[in-house]
Structures are given as C-alpha cells and as structure tokens.
Design a protein around this ligand. Sequence first.
Ligand code: NAG
Length: 247
Amino acid sequence: MWTLWNFLVLLTIVVSLVTGQNGIPTSEESIDDLVSAGVSENAATGIVKFDRKLQEPFEMEKENPVEAKKLEQVLHKEFTEYIESLSEDDQAEYQKYIKSQHMLRFLGILVIFGLLHAANIHISGKIECSKTLFSFLVAVKEFDWHFGNDRLYTSKPYDSLYPHHYSAYAEVNDVDELENDKYEIFVSFWHTCSRDDKWKYYENRVGYVKQQGEYYLQHNVNLTNAEGELSWRDWEDWVTSNGFRSF
Ligand SMILES: *[C@@H]1O[C@H](CO)[C@@H](O)[C@H](O)[C@H]1NC(C)=O
C-alpha cells in the first residue's frame, strides 16, 4: 500500500516539476484547483487575488528589501483577516487543501531522497578458502521477480590474505520494488579461490530484509572451488520454504 502511494507521490512530483517549467499556474487554474478541493468560488477568487498580491514583496525584495518586508507583513495580516472572514466551511476546506499540498511536497521530498522505506544493508562475513592468498570482488544484489536481478553494490578487487573476510554495503529503496514489502538479498563473488587459479563466479543467498531500517547481516561463505548461479527454481524453493511468499 505504502509503496503504491510513494510511487503516486513521486509521479505527482515529477509531473509538477515538468509542468512547473511552463510557469506558475494561472489565476484561473489556481481558482479551479481550490474550487475542486471544496472551497466556494467567491472565496477561491479572493484567495487567489491575495496570493498574487503576496508575490509583490518578493519582486520588490532586490531593490528595496526594507519596504518589501513591511509590505509582506501588511499583506500577511490582511490575508489572515480575509481568511478569518470566510465562512467556516470555506476556512476548513482551505486549511485541508493547504495541508494536503504541504503533505504532498513533504512526501515527495522524502521519496526523492529515498528516506521513506529505505533499507541500508551491511553484510560481512568470513570467507572459507583453502588458499592463503587469492583475489575476489563481491557484489550485493536484490532478487527481483519482475525485472531480473538488481545489482546494488560491487566492490573493487581485493587481494585477500588468510584469514579471509569480506564486507559490503548496499542501499535499497521503495522505488526499486513497487509491489513487495521485502527484499531478497544475495551476494555474488568473482574469485580465484579455485584449483586452477582461474576466476570463478559464485552466488549465495543471504536472506531477506524488510523495506526500512538498518541491517547488519553476518553471512559466511565457502569459496573453495565454489561456482554457480542461483536459478529461478532455487529462489522459488527457498522463498516458499521460508514461508513468506509463494507464487
Ligand atoms: C568448503 O568447500 C569445499 C569444496 O566443496 C569442501 O571440501 C570443504 O569441506 C568446505 N569447507 C567447509 C568448512 O565446509
């Protein structure tokens, strides 16, 4: 539910940013907006008139900041008095409208910065390897049922000297996965812990995380001659046996 909501908010923000390039809404558009929010037409017209007047101090500010400040205070006082002179219904609808606008903007900012429902994932663990020295890179990925796998992080290449270990950090947020409330996380390694010293590729499941929070996951792997990708089937079996989703 939240994910869909976030997506809609994001769309709203994007649309308003794009249309915003065509200039601020005309008086008619603003009046229509208020009227469809439930404010009476008379009140809407009055409010928009004030709204336009309230732009004047902004325009004055560069040339005459002192006068601009004074004008702003006078207009604000007049505006508050005007709002208070409206019928109770109009006042209530107007307040509701303003709140929803602020809420949208606020949520939009959260979504854009990925603060809402972002999961920060720190994974680290021991690497079992029969060699004293080998090289590896580690990547953190999210299993995505619809769009294939999402790589969230890839390390630089490391030369590892016994005792071997790794650590990785990744961030996922809502916008990445619209429908699920959990992320299935796996790690993959390119490594030379092989008999013939050739690079091998190996994937291993870590587990799942919920959409929000800070996660510190301990996950040990055995890279000795390890290779192989996780198949779709592997995921289905694992996910079903962990009881949190089945398809
Ligand atoms: C790691 O994997 C290798 C190769 O499959 C195996 O021989 C070894 O016993 C494993 N080590 C541990 C600690 O499980």
